[in-house]
Design a protein around this ligand. Structure first.
Ligand code: S3P
Length: 174
């Protein structure tokens, strides 16, 4: 059964955190980030987890986090960029509620993500490799219920677009 959450997915730099927080405020809902849950559970940062335990361990922690999210309802949940990109993951996320893909131009996403830093998946990758990673993830992101293009617009406008789409899908009250 779907649990009435709104789940934001998308590549690094898509604005899942900023837009998720704004969206939650607009809807009067709680906001959580899967990366924050992992960091507080592990007591170390994401770059530390990657460095000390490796990406595979981080992906296991993501799988455990999805399990723990099954207790949530009516919240806005921002996921890490790689979370839906394993077989079966998007299906699990869709069980939590309406999944919204924040898409955009990959160069713009990369520029945004690089400004903020702290992304082990971007370290040592050329632009061509980042584009390849993005392309390999698209088939997973595409399974979202709703897609919002963030290219060239700010967080307020992105949230306005998300709200329009959610209302159309009857995922929130008009
Ligand atoms: C990752 C994205 C990050 C974080 C981790 C791995 C990825 O989250 O989960 O560094 O594989 O794309 P953001 O999408 O919030 O940057």
């Amino acid at each position: 059964m779907r649990r009435g959450n709104i789940v934001l997915v998308g590549f690094m730099g898509a604005g899942k955190s900023v837009c998720g927080r704004l969206l939650a405020r607009r809807l009067g809902r709680c906001f959580i980030e899967t990366d924050d849950l992992i960091v507080s559970g592990e007591g170390r940062s994401i770059p530390e987890i990657f460095r000390e335990a490796g990406e595979a361990r981080f992906r296991e922690l993501e799988a455990e986090t999805i399990e723990s999210l099954k207790l949530k309802s009516g919240e806005v949940i921002a996921t890490g960029g790689g979370m839906p990109c394993r077989e079966g993951r998007m299906e699990l996320l869709r069980e939590l509620g309406t999944v919204v893909w924040l898409d955009g131009d990959v160069r713009e996403l990369h520029a945004r993500a690089s400004r903020i830093g702290n992304r082990p998946m971007l370290e040592g990758r050329s632009m061509a490799e980042v584009e390849e990673l993005y392309r390999s993830r698209q088939p997973y992101y595409r399974r979202a219920d709703i897609t919002v293009d963030t290219t060239g617009i700010g967080a307020d406008q992105v949230v306005a677009r998300i709200l329009v789409a959610l209302r159309k899908a009857h995922a929130v009250r008009a």
